[in-house]
Design a protein around this ligand. Structure first.
Ligand SMILES: Nc1ncnc2c1ncn2[C@@H]1O[C@H](COP(=O)(O)OP(=O)(O)OP(=O)(O)O)[C@@H](O)[C@H]1O
Length: 251
């Protein structure tokens, strides 16, 4: 039985005369890894901006857990559990890795904490931050300066920060961009480990990673979804093969 967490209906965004996203429908099931692929300029990043609330849509609706979130700000969407990594989070290089995550926990808890002593509140925040770091395999870096992390570790930290905001659905814009082979393998394992407990929507150009990771692939071309389904079916789709001719290798 399907359990759709994110549903998109007829979403559009024009920049002047350019239809950047054009009547996009999507259904993302809870717990799945859903990859958005498509040639350069297809509208993938714009769509992610629309989903996160960073960009207002011209038409269409977005439902998150059954609720119409189309009118909500990015901040309100984050509160509901929809977070865009690599955008809402900016790592503060001068703070420790743990402090970076603790700030996200604190931002989520806001004034809802009712502790008598500050120390117990701080302990609780640090415990939650440590749990998020353990989840992304960065526990041993907790007390390092965030600025000293490698590029791949910073991406792991960004995911920990998104988890610490209480995100149920993570929007990831090219999580593997700029990572080396080993870093990329760590991040792929990390994303795979989140399957089930979290829902991931990711844009990715690394087709090997996409087809090894994704449960569902949607293909955007000129702002339209030309195919959406299980990876094997999407890969074999003639329109998809035609769209990728001369682009990235999809086979
Ligand atoms: N703010 C903007 N104003 C005008 N045009 C824009 C704006 N943002 C994006 N575009 C245009 O919209 C189209 C889609 O851009 P978008 O970045 O969403 O594509 P993409 O699929 O993410 O591409 P890539 O894979 O290269 O990152 C492009 O032609 C781009 O030039």
């Amino acid at each position: 039985m399907s359990d759709v967490l994110l549903k998109v209906e007829g979403l559009r965004k024009n920049f002047g005369a350019l239809k950047v996203t054009d009547n996009v429908d999507l259904a993302v099931e809870a717990g799945e890894i859903h990859a958005l692929i498509g040639p350069n300029g297809a509208g993938k990043t714009t769509l992610i901006h629309q989903l996160s609330g960073n960009l207002k849509s011209d038409f269409g609706k977005i439902f998150f857990d059954g609720r119409d979130i189309s009118p909500l700000s990015m901040q309100n969407r984050v509160h509901l559990g929809l977070a865009r990594s690599f955008q809402i989070t900016s790592i503060l290089d001068g703070f420790s890795v743990l402090e970076n995550v603790a700030m996200a926990v604190q931002a989520r808890s806001g004034s809802s904490f009712r502790f008598f002593r500050n120390a117990s509140r701080e302990d609780d925040i640090n415990a939650q931050a440590s749990a998020a770091l353990a989840r992304v395999q960065l526990a041993d870096r907790a007390h390092r300066r965030a600025g000293s992390l490698s590029h791949g570790e910073k991406r792991q930290l960004e995911i920990a920060i998104a988890l610490a905001t209480g995100a149920r659905l993570l929007l990831l814009d090219e999580p593997l961009a700029g990572t080396g082979h080993e870093e990329s393998a760590v991040l792929v394992d990390l994303m795979r480990s989140l399957r089930g407990s979290h829902t991931l929507v990711l844009i990715e150009h690394d087709m090997d990673a996409v087809f090894s990771l994704a449960d569902h692939v949607s293909v955007l071309v000129y702002g339209r979804v030309i195919a959406s389904g299980e990876p094997a079916a999407v890969r074999a789709h003639p329109d998809v093969r035609a769209a990728y001719l001369g682009e990235e290798e999809i086979a």
